[in-house]
Ligand binder design. Structure first.
Ligand SMILES: Nc1ncnc2c1ncn2[C@@H]1O[C@H](COP(=O)(O)OP(=O)(O)O)[C@@H](O)[C@H]1O
Ligand SMILES: [Mg+2]
Length: 392
């Protein structure tokens, strides 16, 4: 289950404490391939590093100059900055000089995992959202309100991916009213609450012990059994959880509650793609549009967002052209409204397996194929993606 570590070249300034350098790279996912002095300039000889980590004891103009030069020299390589000193004005300077991310070290952060997480994110962004082969894709299923089909979609997508042979886990992040377990007919023996309160660091083997298993092979991290347990699930825990799950699974599908809570934002941040669910009525479409705009404001690339239109029947007086006009784009997948969806949901059986030939099942499988196509490295994926879209 061990993944290839991210190879980092570290550039230090004169002010940094050696112990701080050790702390920021203290993560099994990071391998140091060289340490250089920022004062010596951008290294001329290239090393086989995946990322450049610029470690600063304090904010300084020299550091900004180094970052600017390094980002110019190797724009293709992610550049992460860690800073131990007072960051006044530094964050903006660093981010405008070409760095991918900056981590400010104080007592609230665990430096190693934080650095690893920033590196993973930057690498994912560079590869157009698809993680490298060693890391799974995290698909965040979003929807502006309750009852529009997030859980039906997450569970059926997870099952369709598992059924196609991908190692897949569904995480139920609807921490107060999660029902992914019910949708899959699973008993909540151990939940995300038990994992979050178990103490100690996470690793793939430990997390494995908290996952329920569905007959299709999909694994599920179930929501807490009581709403008050939700508060034990912190953003820090989720970051560590996602970093762990993406090393052990090809796909991590996260079902979410409505709205942009801190937990949902952390999930969006960690995701390689988003599946935005909308429904075919005017208020839902308006909310879906606002959701898409919010993602845009967060800097999320629109080509990493798939739009799923649920209950997409022609009889409600909204045409395909209306949908495109309101959303500003065509939906990627249409799921028809059918009583069978409710019937199989109530039976705790995913419709993708229970009624394979039904139209909703076909739509969920098309969504799974899109997710699999999104995982293919950027150069080869576009052709395949277009083919899939034409078919749908
Ligand atoms: N395509 C569909 N056809 C018929 N009923 C659907 C469809 N999609 C969702 N539903 C029903 O709508 C309800 C809400 O779906 P759910 O996935 O739980 O929404 P959410 O997770 O967004 O709150 C469920 O009872 C489900 O059976
Ligand atoms: Mg739900």
């Amino acid at each position: 289950m061990s993944a290839t570590p991210i190879r980092a070249l570290v550039a230090v300034d004169r002010l940094i404490d050696a112990r701080l350098v050790e702390a920021v790279v203290d993560d099994p996912g990071i391998k140091i391939v060289g340490v250089v002095e920022q004062a010596a300039g951008v290294p001329a000889v290239d090393t086989a590093a995946d990322v450049l980590l610029v470690a600063c004891g304090a904010a300084s103009d020299d550091a900004v100059a180094f970052i600017t030069a390094a980002a110019r020299e190797r724009g293709d390589r992610p550049l992460i900055v860690v800073c131990g000193g007072s960051p006044n004005g530094f964050v903006r300077d660093v981010l405008t000089s070409g760095a991918d991310d900056i981590i400010l070290i104080d007592e609230t952060v665990t430096p190693g995992p934080e650095t690893f997480f920033a590196m993973q994110k930057a690498l994912a962004r560079r590869s157009g959202g698809a993680f490298d082969a060693a890391h799974g894709s995290l698909v965040c299923v979003l929807g502006p309100k309750g009852g529009i089909g997030k859980t039906v979609t997450s569970t059926n997508l997870g099952v369709a991916l598992a059924d196609a042979g991908h190692r897949t886990v569904v995480v139920d992040l609807d921490l107060q009213f999660g029902d992914a377990g019910l949708a899959l007919g699973l008993q909540p023996e151990r939940t995300i609450y038990d994992l979050a309160t178990s103490g100690g660091a996470l690793d793939a083997d430990k997390v494995d012990g908290y996952l329920a298993e569905h007959g299709s092979g999909v694994r599920v991290l179930l929501a807490p059994v009581r709403p008050d347990q939700a508060q034990s699930i912190t953003v820090e825990f989720l970051k560590e959880l996602y970093a762990t799950l993406t090393t052990a699974f090809d796909f991590v599908v996260v079902d979410t509650p409505p709205g942009f809570s801190p937990e949902v934002i952390a999930t969006i941040d960690a995701s390689s793609s988003i599946c935005m669910i909308g429904m075919l009525d005017a208020p839902s479409l308006k909310n879906t549009k606002i959701g898409l705009e919010t993602l845009g404001l967060m800097g999320y690339a629109s080509d990493r967002v798939r739009v799923v239109l649920n209950r997409a029947d022609t009889s409600v007086g909204i045409s395909h052209a209306d949908v495109v006009a309101i959303l500003g784009r065509a939906p990627d997948v249409l799921i028809p409204s059918q009583r069978d969806v409710v019937r199989w949901l109530n039976a705790g059986e995913p419709i993708v397996l229970a009624s394979k030939r039904s139209e909703p099942a076909k739509a969920f499988r098309a969504l799974a194929e899109l997710a699999a196509a999104d995982r293919v490295p950027a150069e080869t994926s576009n052709g395949r993606r277009r083919r899939l879209l034409r078919r749908g």
